[in-house]
Every structure is written in structure tokens, then in C-alpha cells.
Design a protein around this ligand. Structure first.
Ligand SMILES: NCc1[nH]cc(CCC(=O)O)c1CC(=O)O
Length: 311
């Protein structure tokens, strides 16, 4: 096997995306000191557009331009948040996941400048979030709070918070850790309070399918548990075929004795209806567990619930 001399890594240019690339470069250098890396920055439509993501003409707002650079041969490796990679369709033809990195924290955090926790926030507190998953769960657990639209990278959201556009924010712990801003967190929410999105905290390395040199070089960065969890979660979402306004949440976890479990929920936007499932893989492979949990939720009416939401 011949190792490549240079791996060009395409990345979005947000601070979080660049931090993700630095992690990959560091792990790659530790594993293969002889391989040089170079960063190819791109801006995605999701980074540019500050409106409603569903109005952007479909999914993949954060991945489309990255995939294009990879397929055009302008780069050899893409680093994606699994959370941002559409699961209702296959990966772009000609590309494949070569590895899933060891998973980071999957929880969401509250950022409240006054230092209050979620339960302490007074009625009418404006939470800056455009995430249908976060809005539906807050409506269910804290109906006295108000959600106001908020997009942009974490740094921009914190500027908007400081400017008074919202009173508090919800952001992923993993993203804040990557940009070294855990100092702003007032409370880390349990997964029972705020069920995470599919793929939370997992970075995927994507290569051209025929580029076996790069695939072989980076596959050693993969984490077997992250692979099993991502595979179960993405198959779950694939079978459910949600759209971009579907409040869907869930996470797989390698637990006691290595058995894989998958918990998942589908909500109405107002949080009044919650469909819930939790299953163990036992002898099943991760993808089959994902399918099984999706089928359980479909039997509970998930299809009708998802299709009744405007998108
Ligand atoms: N939509 C942006 C985005 N994509 C992935 C993460 C979090 C990091 C991850 O889960 O890998 C975030 C930020 C957030 O939701 O607060």
C-alpha cells in the first residue's frame, strides 16, 4: 500500500469547521508523520443564508459545496458533522465515509448571560434557536419560554445574544468545546431534557470512493463505537424520511457489555405529541437496529405526524 504524500482537506470556513480540521490534521500526523496536509476552505450556502434553512431548496445546505470540491478533485478529504449530512438519501455518488471519529459530547447547553438554568428562566424569556428539534422539546417541557429565530455560527449567535436579539441560547456542547467557548455555558442539558439530533458530536471523514490511497490512510482514525452509533442513527433517519422541518431526535449508545441501544423521538412542532422508542440491538447489526426503531415509530404514527408539518 502506498501512502499519499499530501492530503488536501476541504472545510467550511467557520471557526468550528476549522477546529474540526485541525483535530483531523493532528490525529493524521500522529498516525502518519510522513503525510502532509493542506486546508481548502469553502463557504456553503448554509453559512451564507441567514434565513429559514427550509427555504434554501432542500437539504445539504452545509455539505453541498464541500462535496462538490471533493468530487471535482480540488480536495481529497472532507470533514463533516454527521448531524449536517442528509440521511434520507445516499451520500453523493462517488463518495464514501472512510471513518467516523471518536464521538464528542452529544448534549446541548444553555447560555444565559444572567447565569440561570433552564428551570429558573422567567416566563417569556426569549430563547434564540431556529432548530425545530429544540423548539418542539422546549414547547413540551417549558411552554412558558418563547423561541425566537436565530441562525449563524456560534460566534455570530453570541454576538446577537449580546446585542439583545434573544435572552438565552441553546447550542451543542461539542461545537462550543471545538471553538473553546465552554466558558459561556450556564447549564449542560441532560439528554432526557433535550434529546440530541441524529449524529450529534460525530465527525465523518468522506473521501472519493476510488481514492483507496486516502481511504487507507485515514481509516485508522476511525472509532468502532462511533461507527456503530452513526450507522444505527443514520439508518433510523433514512427509514423515517423526515424533511427539514421534522422535529426528530435520537441517539444510539454502546452500553453495558457493548450492546448497542437506540432511543428516538418524533414530536409535533408544539411538543404536545411525542412518539418514543428505545430498543437494544442484541444480535442485530447497527443498521437493522436503526430500521427497527424507525418502524416502531412509524407504527405509532410518525409518518402522519411528519407529513402533517408544512415544509
Ligand atoms: N448546525 C451547525 C452545527 N452542526 C453541528 C453542530 C454541533 C457539533 C456536532 O454535533 O458535531 C452545530 C452547532 C450547534 O448545533 O450548536
Amino acid at each position: 500500500m502506498s501512502a499519499p504524500e499530501l492530503i488536501r482537506i476541504v472545510s467550511r470556513s467557520s471557526p468550528m469547521a476549522l477546529a474540526q480540521v485541525e483535530r483531523v490534521r493532528a490525529e493524521l500526523t500522529a498516525l502518519h508523520p510522513g503525510i502532509r496536509t493542506e486546508v481548502v476552505p469553502v463557504t456553503t450556502s448554509g453559512d451564507r443564508w441567514m434565513g429559514d434553512l427550509s427555504k434554501l431548496g432542500g437539504k445539504g445546505a452545509f455539505t453541498k459545496e464541500v462535496d462538490a470540491a471533493l468530487l471535482a478533485g480540488e480536495a481529497d478529504l472532507a470533514v463533516h458533522c454527521v448531524k449536517d449530512v442528509p440521511a434520507d438519501r445516499p451520500l453523493p455518488a462517488g463518495t464514501t465515509f472512510a471513518a467516523f471519529l471518536k464521538r464528542d459530547d452529544i448534549r446541548d447547553a444553555l447560555i444565559h448571560p444572567g447565569g440561570l438554568t433552564l428551570d429558573e428562566l422567567p416566563a417569556g424569556t426569549r430563547i434564540g434557536t431556529s432548530s425545530v428539534r429544540r423548539i418542539a422539546q422546549l414547547a413540551a417541557s417549558h411552554p412558558e419560554l418563547e423561541c425566537v429565530p436565530m441562525r449563524g455560527n456560534a460566534g455570530r449567535r453570541m454576538e446577537k445574544l449580546a446585542a439583545g436579539d434573544a435572552d438565552a441560547l441553546l447550542l451543542a456542547v461539542s461545537g462550543l468545546e471545538r471553538i473553546d467557548r465552554m466558558d459561556v455555558v450556564t447549564e449542560v442539558l441532560s439528554v432526557e431534557t433535550m434529546c440530541p439530533p441524529i449524529g450529534a458530536g460525530i465527525l465523518a471523514l468522506q473521501c472519493r470512493e476510488d481514492d483507496t490511497e486516502t481511504i487507507d490512510a485515514v481509516s485508522g482514525l476511525g472509532d468502532p463505537e462511533a461507527w456503530r452509533e452513526a450507522t444505527a442513527e443514520r439508518m433510523f433517519l433514512h427509514v423515517l424520511q423526515g424533511h427539514c422541518n421534522s422535529p426528530i431526535a435520537g441517539y444510539a449508545r454502546c452500553e453495558r457489555g457493548g450492546d448497542l441501544s437506540l432511543r428516538a423521538r418524533v414530536f409535533t412542532p408544539d411538543g404536545k405529541t411525542v412518539l418514543n422508542a428505545h430498543e437494544w440491538a442484541g444480535p442485530l447489526d447497527p443498521a437493522t437496529l436503526g430500521t427497527s426503531v424507525a418502524v416502531t415509530l412509524l407504527r405509532q404514527g410518525a409518518r402522519e405526524l411528519i407529513d402533517s408539518i408544512a415544509h
